[in-house]
Design a protein around this ligand. Structure first.
Ligand code: G4F
Length: 346
């Protein structure tokens, strides 16, 4: 029997990696897009071109009836709930929409599975996040956050995701559903949206190399993240749903690096060595010829910041046999190289 998987938010970075992985593993893959999209719409066609094997369903995470119809029709063996408002900065400006989509959307898809009568068949993966930890109770500074660490979300996004985490656990405990959380630390790559800092940097570096841009504006350079490659993480998502018992897992690299570190390595790829001068909002990054390549724009500071994220993936390593393959240095290079290639092709 061919297994069927439904991915909500299939057009996002992780959705694309995961859909391709599941297709390779022999699944029939379905994915939701939202909006008034017909098959002739450029967005629809772009997704279909990238993933010709994909069966696209139009269903918004806010619409329980559309989700229920999709789940009833497909009868999926596995549902991966990746649909969300996922940008932390945006969530401060749109907290209500974030709560509706990122929190209540999880409940909608869980209810759709129950309403379709599939709670004993369909395995459910919720895209939980290290943003739920937040940072104030950083209780294991040397080892990083594991599955038992205390939560303290620092943004409307993190708070909404915490609801998604708990409602998933609650449906597991209340109805015996195979409902799991993957608590993923930051995972990046060539498909990352330019609103996230890693892609913003890789894109700017490529443009600077091409002479299309002179410098880049950033917010908090000292924030530290546990950055891995998204392509490695989707294998972990799949493994989480293949276990005998539904459990929650942290996926992370176990290393942390600052935004500043990311900049230093990204500029090195195009032969520029950055020297940092000044402090706070006046800090700048100069290249070896003294040309300013990075400056601070306080608009990118957040009302509350997560200063440091470091994950402990021991449980995933031991129980799932999962670990990341791509190093931090390789990730930075991969992203810059891809943007250089895209720019030279355009
Ligand atoms: O790239 P970011 O926007 O990612 P953030 O906030 O860590 O969230 C990402 O990872 C989470 C997992 O922990 C996911 F749940 C979430 O959906 C998303 O994928 O920002 C990273 C850091 C922050 O500390 C931010 O303040 O970079 C800092 N930063 C500094 N300058 C900037 C900028 N972030 C952005 N987006 N743009 C800047 O100019």
């Amino acid at each position: 029997m061919i297994k069927k998987a439904l991915i909500t938010g299939v057009a996002g970075q992780d959705g694309r990696h995961l859909a391709k992985l599941l297709d390779k593993k022999g699944y029939q893959v379905f994915g939701t897009l939202r909006g008034q999209l017909e098959a002739s719409h450029p967005r629809y066609q772009g997704v279909q071109r990238d993933m010709p094997f994909l069966k696209i369903m139009i269903a918004d995470s806010l619409d329980l009836s559309a989700l229920t119809r999709a789940v009833k029709e497909i009868k999926p063996d596995e549902v991966y709930n990746l649909a969300a408002i996922s940008h932390v900065g945006y969530s401060f400006h749109n907290p209500l929409l974030t709560a509706d989509v990122t929190a209540k959307g999880v409940l909608n898809i869980l209810e759709a599975i129950r309403l379709a009568g599939l709670q004993d068949k369909t395995r459910f993966y919720q895209a939980s996040t290290s943003e739920m930890f937040g940072g104030l109770e950083y209780n294991r500074p040397d080892q990083g956050y594991d599955e038992s660490a205390a939560f303290h979300p620092r943004s409307p996004y993190g708070v909404a995701k915490l609801y998604g985490y708990w409602i998933t656990r609650n449906y597991r405990e209340s109805y015996g559903m195979y409902a799991t959380n993957g608590i993923l630390f930051n995972h990046e790559g060539e498909n990352r949206g330019p609103e996230f800092v890693t892609r913003k940097i890789s894109l700017a570096v490529a443009r600077i190399k091409a002479g299309d841009q002179e410098y880049l504006e950033l917010g908090n350079l000292d924030a530290k993240r546990d950055w891995g490659y998204a392509g490695d993480y989707v294998e972990g998502m799949w493994r989480i749903l293949q276990q005998d018992q539904p459990e929650d897992y942290v996926l992370a690299t176990g290393e942390t690096h600052s935004v500043r570190d990311f900049c230093n390595l990204a500029f090195q790829v195009i032969g520029l060595t950055i020297t940092w001068k000044g402090e706070g909002e006046d800090e700048v990054g100069l290249d070896q010829d003294g040309i300013m390549r990075i400056k601070i724009n306080s608009e990118y500071y957040r009302p509350a910041e997560v200063d440091l994220l470091l994950g402990d993936p021991s449980k995933a390593e031991q129980k799932l046999g999962w670990s990341r393959h791509t190093s931090f240095g390789d990730l930075v290079k991969l992203m810059v190289d891809k943007d250089l290639e895209r720019l030279s092709a355009s």
